[in-house]
Design a protein around this ligand. Structure first.
Ligand SMILES: [Zn+2]
Length: 181
């Protein structure tokens, strides 16, 4: 039997997917990334509990997280095709030093994965609603999180609300559909 949260979830999806700036595929694209971020970040967090020093922590984390993820996939009886590579992406990202570079991007509306009607507008500049009406140049892959799978130079437009409050440093929102297979 479905619990109240599962039912609520289904109701929310039905509303979200009919919004004119969205679609069922877009909603699932975003939701699957949110869940991926949950899987990867908490697996790293859990593995850290059994590592005793900062020495070679990246290498140790990769081994532990790959193994725990394999166990979870076995229990769940589903597979992420690129699970080992995903672990490398996440661990490298968390382990890397930050660096900031500017990026440029084209377009005149927000590119948020679940759909967003946000465009640039001066009306609310300087007000608390500014984040909804301001387009940022966003590094598709967060600058601090580039690794061997990520192109640091790719940019896109995101409204500031999605760029700062939703995407932030989350890695999953930078990953294209290939990584979710
Ligand atoms: Zn947006």
């Amino acid at each position: 039997m479905k619990g109240p949260n599962e039912l609520a979830f289904e109701r929310m999806i039905r509303i979200a997917e009919v919004l004119p700036w969205s679609s069922r595929e877009a909603i699932y694209a975003g939701l699957s990334r949110i869940i991926l971020e949950q899987i990867m970040s908490t697996s790293v967090s859990s593995a850290l509990l059994s590592i005793e020093s900062d020495e070679e922590v990246g290498r140790k984390l990769k081994i532990l997280v790959k193994s725990s993820l394999r166990g979870a996939m076995e229990t769940a009886e589903v597979k992420l095709t690129h699970s080992d590579d995903l672990v490398d992406i996440y661990v490298d990202a968390f382990d890397k030093k930050h660096s900031r570079t500017r990026i440029s991007s084209t377009g005149d509306k927000c590119n948020w994965v679940m759909g967003c009607p946000g465009v640039e507008s001066a009306t609310f500049r300087g007000t608390r609603f500014e984040p909804f009406t301001r387009l940022d140049d966003d590094h598709i892959f967060p600058t601090s999180r580039t690794g061997r799978f990520a192109e640091a130079g790719l940019g896109q437009k995101l409204c500031r609300y999605h760029n700062i409050f939703w995407k932030g440093q989350h890695i999953a929102f930078a990953l294209d559909d290939f990584w979710l297979l």
